[in-house]
Design a protein around this ligand. Structure first.
Ligand code: ZN
Length: 292
């Protein structure tokens, strides 16, 4: 039973990350479904974007009145050789251009882990720093903020060697020390962070890191829940309310620290991929009202 006060609470800005229903729908179907369910934001992954074509996607998203809360994703900078690192930088430039075409609020960076057969974690982190540094001016020039998304440490080897919000903010301060937009008097910094509840909820330094980030660096907020037990490292994320994350408190902290964007629902889950797409969207709207 949901108390009346919660049911009456107005629905905050909600965005659908396309990973949530990626097995059920094409991007075109998702755009229509968002409009149908009163979801006002969308965050496409690039595989879905490529299927539809970026120009067509941009036009369709615009005509449905949706905000693009982020493009997923750039990053994956470390590679075994210089050619691989160059290819990653080129790919990130393309992603930045696509994000600009979409009018995305940011490009999400999942920065990458260790190169194949490497044990050099410090080296991988240096490649990440150098990779972001190599594309930051282009991102600035086309007006697309880059959002470093720290991932839970279990992904350190294969997906992302930036694992806490503070570590991401250290990189922001190193590469974008003046917080660009601070000087211009408003708007997001050129380099900031995406806070994903699933990846950061366990961190004892989280509250201080959110304060440190502040409004200019808090570029995106992803929600889902941490299930106990979690049965798959990648594909067993929970629907909000089914796990142990205090999502309402975390959402409040985001806003207390100046975040004014959307709650983007990103659930990679075999279980939810087997459910009818409209049921998933209906459920996540209800759970967002109840728990976020
Ligand atoms: Zn995320």
């Amino acid at each position: 039973m949901v108390p009346d006060a919660l049911q009456r609470r107005p629905l905050g800005p909600l965005s659908l990350n396309t990973a949530t229903v990626r097995e059920q729908w094409s991007l075109a179907q998702m755009i229509e479904a968002c409009a149908r369910h009163g979801i006002s934001g969308i965050a496409p992954w690039r595989d879905k974007l490529d299927e539809l074509g970026v120009e067509r996607a941009a036009a369709m998203i615009r005509s449905h009145g949706l905000t693009v809360t982020g493009l997923c994703r750039g990053g994956m900078f470390p590679a075994a050789d210089a050619e691989g690192r160059r290819a990653a930088i080129d790919d990130n430039r393309r992603a930045i251009d696509d994000a600009a075409t979409l009018g995305a609020r940011c490009l999400i960076l999942v920065v990458g882990g260790l190169p194949v057969a490497s044990r050099d974690l410090a080296g991988a982190r240096a490649m990440v720093r150098d990779g972001i540094a190599a594309v930051l001016d282009h991102a600035r020039a086309v007006g697309v903020p880059l959002a470093i998304e720290p991932l839970h440490p279990m992904y350190c080897a294969d997906r992302c060697c930036i694992n806490t919000l503070d570590q991401a903010l250290d990189l922001c301060d190193e590469l974008d020390p003046v917080r660009s937009a601070d000087q211009a008097g408003g708007g997001p910094a050129a380099l900031g962070v995406a806070v994903d509840a699933y990846h950061v909820w366990w961190d004892p330094g989280l509250d201080a890191a959110l304060r440190r980030a502040g409004p200019r660096r808090l570029l995106a907020y992803h929600v889902c829940d941490w299930l106990v037990p979690t049965t798959d490292l990648l594909l067993d994320r929970g629907m909000m309310g089914d796990g142990v994350i205090e999502l309402r408190a975390l959402g409040q902290k985001m806003r207390d620290n100046g975040y004014q964007g959307f709650d983007e629902v990103e659930i990679l889950s075999r279980r939810w991929w087997s459910v009818d797409g409209d049921t998933v969207l209906q459920t996540l709207c209800e759970r967002h009202r109840q728990h976020c």
